[in-house]
Write a protein that binds this ligand. Structure first.
Ligand SMILES: [Zn+2]
Length: 395
């Protein structure tokens, strides 16, 4: 046999590729469908197909690989199940950013061509991710590789959804969500970034319906007044003690709304009286539920005033703000403004200002599900390592 002189330095690129190919060729990573050996499996937390793997993936996949190889050597029928997550909104966003560089939007392309671009992206980066995992030496069962949008997985999602629905475990209801008017989707609290904005506090006069004077409310978003359904004061505020239960006329909209008392109102903000817009503010939404107030959504999914916004119907939210302020001034309702710094929530993907919006959402009754999951740990069927994380798990 011909011998090759040893390289002066170890060349991992050569050795790793040679060994990895050898492992693959001999199907060492492939789990048996049926086996007498005990089973051990890990489902990979599927990396998002949004880009390339980073150091965090390198660490967590190495840890999984160590465990999987250890179990394999102990004689288990071992499966490390690989796959990728379509990460719908995130993937749409990276493809849109790519389009922007070409001076295009998803609307220019139209639905079909845009979806084709997203699949193109998936093919390209999906391949990169798999190669990265292979270069890390990950001993995944590649013959079983899955994508979260595979027909089989979609079927499983439908199955679980319908089953939960039939068991009365999921239900639909109106809830206020963080809405991105550009991405056209609700986003989680964790996906909202706050940016300090130097703006104003507008003080607006709401006359009492019985003509006995007025109450002044302060707001950072005057345009939302179109959807006000109450004015709230603190129940212990001596200034408004005899005003609770009275009605005021909502300027520009010409309708009567009640004055209510709620502990949530802080007495030292503005005049101590605040406008309540349940359709545009999560705290006001909660207050509306406590007091059974009407909830009006004045904007559509694009952040454009709808027909609940009277004559401002069709105006963009920022345009409506200018016009509402001008009309309040014209009508003598504007008491004054003061500079005010406050935090504005933005979509972390596209930096558009978030619009709190009421929309139909699915909810899961988590208590009965949590009961079983908690029992699994308290009855030692499932072990959390290290045990100090049990408290977080129970939370
Ligand atoms: Zn967005």
């Amino acid at each position: 046999m011909a011998t090759k002189e040893l390289d002066k330095a170890f060349e991992p690129a050569e050795a790793e590729k040679r060994l990895y190919d050898y492992w693959l060729k001999n199907k060492y990573f492939h789990a048996q469908d049926k086996s007498k050996a005990p089973a051990f499996s890990i489902v990979i937390p599927p990396p998002n197909v949004t880009g390339m793997l980073h150091m965090g993936h390198a660490l967590n996949n190495t840890l999984q690989d160590v465990i999987i190889r250890f179990k394999r050597m102990q004689g288990y029928n071992t499966l490390w199940m690989p796959g990728m997550d379509h990460a719908g909104i995130a993937t749409q966003n990276v493809v849109e950013q790519q389009l922007w560089k070409e001076g295009l939007s998803r609307h220019d392309l139209g639905r079909e061509k845009f979806i084709a671009r997203v699949w193109e992206w998936k093919e390209k980066y999906g391949g990169v991710i798999i190669n990265q995992l292979k270069r890390l030496g990950c001993s995944c069962d590649w013959e079983r590789e899955r994508f979260t949008m595979d027909e089989g997985l979609s079927q499983a999602v439908r199955e679980v959804f319908v089953r939960l629905y039939n068991e009365d475990m999921i239900y639909q209801g109106d809830y206020i969500v963080n809405w991105c008017p550009r991405c056209h989707t609700a986003i989680s609290d964790l996906e909202v970034e706050f940016k300090q904005d130097q703006s104003f506090l507008w003080n607006i006069r709401y006359p009492f319906a019985d003509g006995s004077g007025e109450i002044v409310v302060a707001t950072t978003r005057p345009e939302t007044m179109l959807g006000d359904t109450a004015v709230a004061v603190n129940p212990t505020d001596p200034r408004y003690k005899d005003k609770v239960g009275k009605f005021v006329i909502l300027p520009l909209m010409n309708k009567q709304i009640p004055i209510i008392a709620d502990d949530y109102v802080t007495m030292d903000f503005g005049s101590g009286a605040v406008k309540i817009t349940p359709g545009s503010d999560p705290n006001d939404f909660a207050m509306a539920e406590r007091h059974n107030l009407e909830i009006i959504s004045i904007m559509d999914g694009q952040g454009i005033i709808n027909d609940h916004g009277g004559k401002y119907n069709g105006q963009d939210r920022y345009e409506a703000r200018k016009n509402v302020i001008a009309d309040l001034e014209k009508g003598g309702y504007m008491v004054g403004t003061e500079p005010y710094a406050h935090n504005v929530g933005q979509c972390y993907r596209c930096k558009t200002d978030i619009e709190p919006m009421v929309s139909k959402q699915w909810f899961v009754k988590i208590k009965p599900l949590a009961k079983q999951a908690i029992a699994a740990v308290t009855k030692k069927k499932t072990r959390i390592v290290p045990a100090s994380w049990e408290a977080t798990y129970f939370d």
